[in-house]
Design a protein around this ligand. Structure first.
Ligand code: GLC
Length: 431
């Protein structure tokens, strides 16, 4: 009997859960998990945090290894890169030579939404009081703290309580329509390049070429600045206080504060507590009471970005505690769900930007549903949480563990046998 069988219990293990375990095992490249074969052949930051939680449902030791291998990529300034290129393969663009970052193993030069404190607590919880797990959490704690100090120091140098992302990829939602405005003010790269993604996945499901030219421009700009955080902050044309990233950061910081109770010093606990109060004020400044949602802010122009996306609901996962506010968000989300067969879409189906198949411009993502569902349940919105869970399970039943899904038809899109979707099944939707 394998460890998976022991933990879950073979008798009631559905075929779907078995398949999810199999996907996570197949995508294991030796201590780290690739998001999917071919399309994403390295370790991605927030993917790994979700994977670690999924893996913790059947293999605690391997779940810790997932986080530990991610931190092998951490920079000396605390930054946790969005990709760790553990092994060099040339089937991905932009690879390590485009990033030109000096770290071994090679990494990208930007980060992604932080979920490792959340994942650490999740694994600890699954492990019960086990001593070895406590030791591994204790060893991770200072690294996670350094990562949060990096966000505060380098991505909120004016101490506003909101951090800025300097690349659309840093938000995790690469081609969200919210980035269209600032990307129009970003030059295109002059370098010609060969995208590998559109050779592997239908181009109608991927970001468009004009966006890619700007993604690469930003990478080249920062590489030219030697990845110097203060110069990047001062010179970039793309600087956004993304409500999604800030909400996820707030949740991770809350989990970090809980870890600090066990593993930290009094001074660290104090630092995190005052940061939490500052973040709360920052998030509040993104609330739009007329439209009843949170909007991101363009930190170059200082303007709010009034395009409603799924990210406006993420404060349910981290950031919002006020009951009336939760009710307003839940009511709006309910309206979005009523417009599609499967929720939650990343953009409202009746908005001009909605594109049902194109990546972060409409499709349903299982990890987004997980965060929203968890947040709703925590706030007592059980019916809506159940609806998201049921929709996610139905999508998995219909088309397996895809990268994302069409909210109108349920068709699975993008990469197949996808790790974080399998993790969302194991840790949340198929529980
Ligand atoms: C895409 C997604 C990003 C994810 C990565 C690997 O770039 O937009 O959020 O981390 O794929 O799955």
């Amino acid at each position: 009997m394998t460890q998976a069988d022991e933990t879950i219990g073979l008798d009631d293990l559905s075929a779907l859960r078995l398949r999810a375990v199999e996907i996570l095992r197949n995508n294991d490249r030796g201590g780290y998990t690739v998001p999917t074969d071919n399309l994403y052949p390295f370790q991605w930051n927030w993917d790994s945090a979700f994977c670690a939680m999924g893996i913790a449902t059947f293999d605690i030791d391997r779940a810790w290894a997932e986080l530990e291998s991610l931190y092998v990529g951490q920079w000396s300034n605390g930054m946790l890169p969005h990709i760790v290129f553990h092994h060099v393969v040339d089937s991905y663009y932009p690879g390590p030579e485009v990033w030109g970052a000096s770290h071994a193993p090679q990494t990208s030069g930007i980060s992604q939404p932080p979920l490792t404190a959340t994942a650490t607590r999740f694994i600890l919880d699954r492990a019960g009081g086990e001593t070895r797990s406590r030791e591994r959490a204790a060893a991770l704690y200072p690294k996670i703290l350094a990562q949060h100090d990096w966000w505060a120091r380098e991505r909120d140098p004016d101490s506003t309580g909101l951090v800025g992302v300097l690349h659309p990829w840093e938000s995790g939602a690469d081609n969200s329509p919210v980035w269209d405005g600032p990307l129009k003010g970003t030059p295109a790269t002059k370098t010609s390049f060969n995208r590998r993604d559109v050779a592997l996945v239908d181009a109608t499901m991927r970001p468009r070429q004009w966006e890619y030219e700007r993604y690469i421009y930003l990478v080249e700009l920062y590489r030219g600045l030697g990845w110097d955080g203060s110069r990047m902050w001062a010179e970039t044309p793309f600087k956004v206080a993304d409500v999604g990233l800030n909400a996820i950061l707030m949740r991770d910081e809350r989990d970090l504060r809980a870890l600090a109770e066990q593993f930290g010093t009094a001074a660290e606990r104090e630092r995190l507590a005052s940061r939490a109060a500052q973040r709360q004020r920052g998030l509040e400044s993104l609330w739009d009471s007329a439209d009843r949602t949170y909007y991101s802010r363009d930190l170059v122009t200082g303007q709010r970005m009034p395009i409603a996306s799924y990210a406006g609901f993420l404060p349910l996962w981290g950031g919002v505690d006020d009951k009336a506010r939760v009710a307003q968000l839940a009511a709006e989300l309910q309206r979005w769900l009523d417009l599609c067969a499967f929720g939650a879409p990343t953009m409202a189906p009746n908005s001009p930007e909605f594109d049902q198949r194109r990546y972060w411009r409409g499709p349903v993502w299982a990890i987004v549903n997980w965060m929203l569902g968890d947040g709703l349940a925590r706030h007592g919105c059980d019916d809506l949480a159940k609806r998201l869970r049921d929709d996610t399970r139905r999508l998995m039943e219909l088309d397996g563990f895809c990268e994302y899904y069409d909210p109108l038809t349920g068709e699975g899109l993008g990469g197949g046998a996808f790790s974080w979707t399998a993790a969302a099944g194991l840790a949340w939707a198929l529980g």
